[in-house]
Design a protein around this ligand. Structure first.
Ligand SMILES: Nc1nc2c(c(=O)[nH]1)N[C@H]1C(S)=C(S)[C@@H](COP(=O)(O)O)O[C@H]1N2
Ligand SMILES: [Mo]
Length: 230
């Protein structure tokens, strides 16, 4: 399973953590959504350890997306499918979220400020059919990951374009990556190209390769032998 990672864990030089002063400003800012898990007394889930760097992890190669050709598609169980180009996506209302990252490979990176478009804003652009209970997130390079609609529409879920006040780099998923703070970071698809509404749950890429269908770090839902689905 780990052999699917082409990119080695690399430390990105120059990626500065937020200062304590900045974090205090964020926590006092009413316009920033504070992910609930950041308020826990112990912010490191079982089996995880804190790191300060930000590793780059994915299957396949880094996708260098040409934003003039990029499209964001909303499809599946919706009354009318919708396609946004980059300018249309960027002109949607923006949200900020403060969250922690928990990667299933056991590293956690605390204190991340994300900026982008809330999953709820995307959902409001279409009429979702009532049968829809799950979503599949699609990304360039044939990557997919599955979520229940409930998890997808949590208020701290966003399609991020910025991290710690800088544009997200290609390695981390530019122009748009998903962030699902309450679940392991593999649910955060990089190089997102769209979202599909579905009636039933289906495994995405890592879920087909042994990762858990849900992926709650606080319950250590790492691999599918702990899944309720098989
Ligand atoms: N498109 C795509 N997104 C992906 C993956 C991938 O293989 N392809 N891997 C996931 C996994 S397993 C992790 S841990 C995070 C890593 O994100 P990072 O490289 O920004 O740290 O991306 C997730 N998103
Ligand atoms: Mo991962």
């Amino acid at each position: 399973m780990r052999g699917l990672f082409n990119a080695a864990k690399k430390k990105i030089k120059g990626q500065k953590p937020l200062t304590e002063e900045k974090i205090n400003d964020i926590l006092a800012d009413k316009n920033i959504i504070i992910s609930e898990d950041t308020r826990r007394e112990n912010r490191i889930p079982p089996g995880q350890h804190e790191i300060k760097s930000w590793p780059v992890l994915h299957a396949g190669s880094v996708q260098n997306i040409d934003t003039s050709k990029w499209k964001f598609k909303i499809f599946g169980l919706v009354e009318e499918e919708k396609e946004l180009n980059y300018d249309e996506f960027m002109s949607l209302p923006q949200t900020k979220v403060f969250s922690d990252i928990h990667c299933v490979t056991t590293w956690s990176k605390l204190n991340n400020l994300w900026e982008g478009v809330s999953s709820n804003t995307i959902k409001e652009l279409v009429d979702v059919q009532k049968e829809a209970k799950y979503v599949m997130v699609h990304a360039s390079g044939n990557f997919t990951t599955n979520l229940s609609i409930k998890d997808f529409l949590e208020p701290d879920v966003l399609f991020a374009t910025r991290h710690n006040e800088n544009p997200i780099t290609s390695k981390h998923g530019a122009p748009v990556r998903l962030v699902v703070p309450k679940l392991y970071f593999w649910k955060g698809a990089k190089w997102v190209t769209g979202i599909e509404f579905m009636a039933e749950d289906k495994p995405g890429f890592w879920e087909s390769n042994g990762y858990h269908m849900h992926g709650d770090p606080w319950k250590e839902e790492r691999y599918s032998w702990k899944s309720d689905y098989i």
